[in-house]
Design a protein around this ligand. Sequence first.
Ligand SMILES: Cc1ncc(COP(=O)(O)O)c(C=O)c1O
Length: 822
Amino acid sequence: MQNELLNKERFMQNVKDNLKTLYRRNMDEANPQQIFQAVSYTVKDIIIDQWLATQKAMDEQDPKIVYYLSMEFLMGRALGNNLINIQGYKEVEEALKDIGFDLNVIEDEERDWALGNGGLGRLAACFLDSLATLGYPAYGCGIRYKYGMFRQAIINGYQVEWPDNWLKNGNPFELKRAERAKEVKFGGYVRWENDEHGHSKFIHEGYQSVLAVPYDVPITGYGDYNINTLRIWDAEPMNIFELESFDKGDYQKAVQEQNLAKNLVEVLYPNDNHYAGKELRLKQQYFFVSASIQAAIEKYKKKHDDIRKLYEKAVFQLNDTHPSVTVAELMRILIDEEGLPWDEAWEVTNKTCAYTNHTIMAEALEKWPIELFSRLLPRIYQIVEEINRRFVLEIQKNYPGDSKKIEKMAIIYDGQVKMAHLAIAGSFSVNGVAHLHTEILKKKELKDFYEMMPLKFNNKTNGITQRRFLLHGNHLLADWISDRIGKEWITDLTQLSKLKVYAEDKKAQQEFMNIKYKNKERVAKYILDHNGVSVNPRSIFDIQVKRLHEYKRQLLNILHVMHLYNVIKEHPEMDFYPRTFIFGAKAAAGYRIAKLTIKLINAVADVINNDKSIQNKIKVVFIEDYNVSNAELLFAAADVSEQISTASKEASGTGNMKFMLNGALTIGTLDGANVEIVEEVGIENAFIFGLTADEVIQYEQNGGYNPMDIFNHDQDIRKVLMQLINGFYTPDEPELFRDIYNSLLNTHSTSRADTYFILKDFKEYAHAQKRVEEHYRNQKAWAKSAILNTACAGKFSSDRTIQEYVDDIWKLKKVVVDLDKK
Ligand SMILES: Cc1ncc(COP(=O)(O)O)c(C=O)c1O
């Protein structure tokens, strides 16, 4: 134990004291939730000292700070992760065991902090972990949604959304910082008047205000750790006390402001890779951006007079376009409040903002109608107009007479404000999130911007934290690795390459497969408890867990399962290695075809799991409410990782890396970071199939392909497709899956058929799955590949990603914390 407060007796004494103060209970009277709270407060007490020390060191060393601005932080649970990072997990586990409590059960009392949709939000969480571990000064800036990502229930095979009241029992780790509250203004109008020097001054009037109130959460790094801060903003009304005393007009305004504050942070929009264009969403964006930028500038000004040098002490990283209004908000503060002339303000802004692009999916691009944008943010809109005017002049200078360029690149065009264009124009760095993705940005999606300003563009392949997704999620494998190569991998994942020598070692292979087996047993129990389905841990665990999206092609997976079922029914004598197909996915609440796909998976599961004649050769399981916590269990238990997106569509993926780290073999397309995974582990240790990104792009440019050719010529596919519309899986509702059938063959619609090339890739996918089976039958060959997957995952640590951001974009220095100075 590193920290004296982690001394077993002392720790438990503090837990007991906390139980008394919080609940007036003794240990033997407390329930697991109360123990969870008391343990968490005890851990927070330990962390607080280091947190103070880190803040103090930051104050003294006055380093440059990265502000990671993100609408989403998909943190998962805090207690277990904090214990891991302060290196007290095993000690606390033992201490609790001594008094009859299981730490796993206590951990289960914590609700996930699901302030995000999927990959993008989880990336932000991994980055915070790495920043703290590496000792770089950082703030995560986001929103304290009252309701996070919805809880998914499966009722009669359908997804039902339940509110995620994650704060119901309170959050033991957060600190309200009322003294740091900031005013954020919406609506109204702008006029200007001349000041005493004859300069025009903008006056914003008739607006509604809310008070942004920050809650700070400690982010523990691993080991001799720094503690950084995640600052999430809550909204409160400005004038809460004075309702009665207002005259009629003001009363109305006060009520409106109360409602605004209440609605603003009520709920996270549950769309992944899809822009819904809701006014409240733009309000949320401006709300947390304005509060965060105000706070950053306030911090800077405490120590520095010259606002023109802000970029020496602050960098704002925009996690996708969601916070790109930062560019205009910073300009507003620099011009209207700090009095800088436009050119100087623009230079500061351009040296302080950096933008990460996360997708090329057209439906994810944020574009706001001018009417909405200017009504909600009148002064910000004026500034965006001027940024646009000057940017268009620059385009004209570079491409005289080429109006097409303006059409494609302007920030305001066709009645819309294009947020990606604003982010690119206002940032000094634009990065993609995997090599292939960045290349597609440069060659296709953002080609014009790249050609005009090539130096801005760079790649930062995503990463994941090994602390949560191996050390915490897979204790058995973590211990096995540490026994062989020491513990350095925990903070230097490239050390895993030392495991390569064990790939052909019989004993190591057996141990590795035994660990996998135990993790599969753990998931089998989870499935029995949650789904009431019994699965065989000796079967191949083939897992696809991620958001449900057509481009991610869960449909390809389930159509293939339907095909396998047909084959087994037709050839009962056939030798087939038992397989458990596990799915987990939330669909956006309004995404009809995605929700129907969930129903299809469950309908297929119902039929197959209850067909005794196939002797359990296939089981299909849909994990309800896929989230970070059950993800940790699933990654540890996977034999096969399904990464089968239509090539070119998945920017990076991070689930793919988590599976690899835990020794699963990838079946996948050459998309996103899969390309780099295969580069690291070798194509012989993965199962790659399907169209390449170039081929997909070619087809798209030529108007697609004709899936009817495949339907007409391929009997297996035809049979599966007919089962979608002949009631094979839902005899009471034979037409239920007609829309899925139509999306593939498009017999009634004018849009392109099989947009995601599912039928085009089907045969190759089926063939790759055969190769999976053959490989698995040779347990030694499989074990070798599995060990190599873990051994070659070193590149995919978010520690590496963060170091690259630091070296190439942020230029930060580490903060050295002296713990005696707290
Ligand atoms: C809960 C959750 N959702 C979504 C994702 C992203 O998955 P993918 O990269 O496969 O889209 C992850 C990644 O770990 C996750 O834990």
